[in-house]
Design a protein around this ligand. Structure first.
Ligand SMILES: [Cu+2]
Length: 138
């Protein structure tokens, strides 16, 4: 009879410790999540633009502050290539050489805007679908 009690005690302790362990894991997850959304101490902000499976930049136009960064994130299953420049009347991309992510099937590409002005860009793979955008830096 004593053996059964000892085994029950061990089981109860194991259950308590496993819950405790999950609690710690949850706290760690929520902690790193809040870290990624905070702005750096310099005051610069990173803005997210999604590149969707519907051949759109969301948002397609964005106003930011000088020194901020824009991070383009592939959010659908389609690959994209975000490049700075304008689109000719014939629908060809005219790169201005500031940035070009190359073809991205997933992940993200970031660029920091250190001067003011309006910066048009396009998806080099989906100009025909009208996949263009612009960043205004104040
Ligand atoms: Cu695209």
């Amino acid at each position: 009879m004593k053996k059964v009690v000892i085994i029950l005690n061990i089981v109860v302790l194991l259950v308590i410790f496993s819950f405790y362990g999950y609690g710690i894991a949850d706290q760690t997850n929520s902690g790193s999540g809040s870290d990624s959304s905070t702005t750096p101490s310099s005051g610069a902000t990173t803005h997210i633009v999604e590149m969707t499976g519907n051949y759109e930049f969301v948002p397609s136009s964005l106003t930011i502050k000088q020194g901020d960064s824009v991070k383009w994130v592939v959010s659908g299953i389609k690959a994209h290539e975000v490049a700075s420049g304008t689109v000719s009347e014939e629908g060809k991309g005219i790169p201005d050489g500031l940035w070009d992510s190359g073809k991205m099937a997933s992940g993200s590409f970031a660029y920091t805007f250190n001067s003011t002005g309006t910066f048009p860009y396009y998806c080099n793979m989906h100009i025909d679908q009208g996949m263009i955008g612009a960043i205004t830096v104040e």
